[in-house]
Design a protein around this ligand. Structure first.
Ligand SMILES: [Zn+2]
Length: 172
């Protein structure tokens, strides 16, 4: 299986436990979201179909993410219209995603970074193990926050997903 169970993105996926229902394969963005790094982003429109999945774990994951985004009009509407098996709904609601109110990730100027931001590199970075240098001034679009390390973000440079230290980027 190489497609994300929530957004159908092809590419590297990781197995993520959706307690207590089961494991699903998720892309980095969806996995980070389920881990709490969820912020309003067009990416999450994928939940509008995922929440109707026949796979219980996918449904529960989609429900939790939609619930975390309920300040968004589409998410609030979706929560009202969706029907989940009552037992499943209870499980989905029992473990809400604790959405971070303020991000701990800051750029070189101390500006808060959120999932999906575009940043610019402020110095040349040698990418270990990838044999290239990411040049100063390179824009990195659609970053993800590394959930357990506020000093790190992930982004795509030269078609490779790399980890970047927040001290070397500036929000654009
Ligand atoms: Zn995904």
């Amino acid at each position: 299986m190489s497609d994300c169970a929530l957004c159908s993105a092809a590419g590297p996926v990781q197995m993520v436990a959706v307690d207590p229902v089961g494991d699903i394969a998720l892309c980095a963005t969806c996995a980070a979201g389920l881990g709490g790094a969820v912020a309003p982003d067009p990416h999450w429109t994928c939940l509008q179909s995922a929440i109707w999945s026949e796979n219980a774990a996918v449904q529960v994951a989609a429900y939790r993410l939609t619930h975390a985004l309920r300040a968004e009009a589409w998410a609030a509407e979706l929560l009202e219209s969706v029907w989940l098996d009552p037992d499943l709904l209870e499980q989905a609601q029992a473990q809400p995603i604790a959405a971070p109110t303020t991000s701990a990730h800051r750029d070189s100027n101390g500006q808060a970074l959120v999932q999906g931001d575009t940043v610019v590199l402020i110095k040349d970075l040698t990418v270990k193990g990838a044999n290239f240098t990411a040049k100063r001034g390179t824009a990195v679009r659609g970053i993800s926050l590394v959930a357990d390390n506020p000093d790190q973000i992930e982004g795509r440079v030269n078609d490779q997903r790399i980890v970047i230290l927040t001290q070397f980027v500036k929000k654009s």
